[in-house]
Design a protein around this ligand. Structure first.
Ligand SMILES: NC(=O)c1ccc[n+]([C@@H]2O[C@H](COP(=O)([O-])OP(=O)(O)OC[C@H]3O[C@@H](n4cnc5c(N)ncnc54)[C@H](O)[C@@H]3O)[C@@H](O)[C@H]2O)c1
Length: 429
């Protein structure tokens, strides 16, 4: 068998699983995708893509002959020896990662000398070692185990799969790790071949570092507001330093999504469980929580009491180019605004359906101008391209009030002000 084209299994067909499956199919591998969600699998068999991700539907359609969808794990076991695990690992109430889906997969794999689990799901450092102990206790010591954390970003996930910054493969040596390296070889990405625990920690530490960068620049933005500096200028000056870099220096209303909040929490919790108090991450989380609420103060400063005021939220998804609403800042804003008696209007080009499941009493519109009609204030929550490019003259004509809060520092303040509107950014003069 040619290792580069060997069939693989992917367990869990969410954002990571589906993109991984489509990516390997594009590289020429037959991919056997398994999910416990029968409705999702039936839809995929009909060619319906359950998530909104640029380029994914096209990639799946192009490679449909190599992609197989089933609710039956036996199909993947029969055709593939490498089983990529991409099930969810959401946070528990304690902040630890909930590994119940991972354990359900592990329990359903029979003893075998021919198969290996390749862990794509983000799991606490030490999970691989503990799963291998479970294998041994259950007579499944023949199963291989590889940690292969995923770094794709929703919104550019297909591109990230095909052009990764690095591929991390953690194992104890043996056929499975070598086979995973072979699978990724055509991508020609820098390879970090290491032990399982270090691979697990690369993922958690990377996300925690990026989240720290965001909370850091948000605190700088807050100090800028007190001192008259402009955080956009400050970030530009900082980012040109090679040691710092430009990315993740955009101040705003805080990070959300299915990864950063949960992975930062999970690392803090993991450290705590091991007897180490990760003080920095405690602050990163607290700064992020407070940042979402600072928008309320900006609104109140301009509008006074928010009771009865109509506030338009422009964008609901946690970031542009996705319909993912998990831990979106818009959810916190909605709840705070409604608690203060405001009437919330909203528009999102693709996330409305997902958003409707998570909020009540929000007046959704089919267009940005619809949401802005008679609004006393607007808040840019998600910097979708068509929201950033709005005609501010039309916006001014639609709104009753004048205030535009740019929660992502993505707008041109001069263009907004030229339309007679009041512009408020985050940490901007
Ligand atoms: N979403 C991202 O941007 C991203 C990026 C990198 C890493 N990750 C990590 O990847 C993992 C998956 O994330 P996601 O966003 O793709 O999750 P998701 O919720 O979109 O998808 C998970 C899928 O797993 C399925 N599933 C659950 N239990 C199963 C079982 N026992 N057998 C088969 N299928 C099962 C669910 O039905 C669902 O379709 C998480 O650990 C996450 O932290 C996510």
């Amino acid at each position: 068998m040619s290792a580069a084209r060997e069939p693989i299994g992917v367990i869990g067909t969410g954002y990571v699983g589906l993109v991984t499956a489509a990516g390997f199919a594009e590289l020429g591998n037959d991919v056997w995708c398994v999910d416990i969600d029968a409705e999702k699998i039936a839809g995929l068999q009909r060619g319906e893509i359950p998530i909104w991700e640029p380029g994914l539907a096209e990639l799946i359609e192009k490679n449909s002959a190599r992609m197989h969808f089933s609710t039956n794990l036996a199909d993947a076991l029969e055709h593939a020896r490498l089983l990529f695990v991409a099930v969810g690992t959401p946070p528990t109430y304690s902040g630890d990662a909930d590994l119940s889906a991972v354990h359900a997969v592990v329990d359903s794999i029979p003893a075998s000398d021919r198969h290996a689990l390749v862990m794509k799901s983000t799991v606490p450092c030490g999970t691989g070692a503990s799963l291998q102990r479970v294998f041994a206790e259950n007579g499944k010591q023949g199963l291989g185990y590889v940690s292969c954390p995923e770094f794709l970003k929703e919104g550019s996930a297909v591109k990230d799969f095909l052009h990764p910054d690095r591929v991390v493969v953690g194992d104890a040596g043996g056929w499975a790790g070598d086979a995973v390296v072979e699978l990724y070889a055509p991508l020609d990405a820098p390879l970090v071949r290491t032990d399982v625990a270090s691979a697990e920690m690369v993922k958690l530490a990377s996300n925690a570092f990026l989240a720290t960068k965001i909370s850091f620049i948000n605190e700088i933005a807050n100090v800028c507001e007190e001192t008259g500096a402009d955080v956009v200028e400050v970030a530009r000056g900082m980012g040109l330093d090679d040691r710092i870099g430009k990315k993740f220096l955009q101040a705003g209303i805080g990070f959300g999504g299915s990864c950063f909040p949960k992975d930062v929490d999970a690392l803090k919790q993991l450290a705590g469980n091991s007897g180490y108090h990760f003080q920095l991450l405690t602050s990163v989380i607290e700064v992020n929580d407070l940042q979402k609420r600072r928008v309320m103060r900006k609104l109140q400063r301009h509008l006074g009491s928010l009771a009865g005021k109509r506030v338009a939220l422009l964008g609901m998804a946690f970031k542009p180019n996705t319909d993912d609403m998990r831990e979106a800042s818009s959810l916190v804003l909605c709840a705070r605004l409604q608690a203060d008696g405001a009437r919330v209007a909203a528009y999102d080009p693709v996330a409305e359906e997902q958003a409707r499941k998570l909020v009540n009493g929000v007046d959704f519109s089919q267009s940005a101008l619809g949401a802005l009609q008679d609004a006393d204030a607007a808040v840019l929550v998600t910097e979708w391209e068509d929201l950033v490019g709005l005609d501010w003259g039309e916006v001014a004509a639609a709104m009753r009030g004048k205030l535009v809060v740019d929660g992502r520092n993505a707008l041109d303040p001069a263009a907004v002000r030229a339309a007679g509107l009041a512009y408020e950014g985050i940490g901007r003069r």
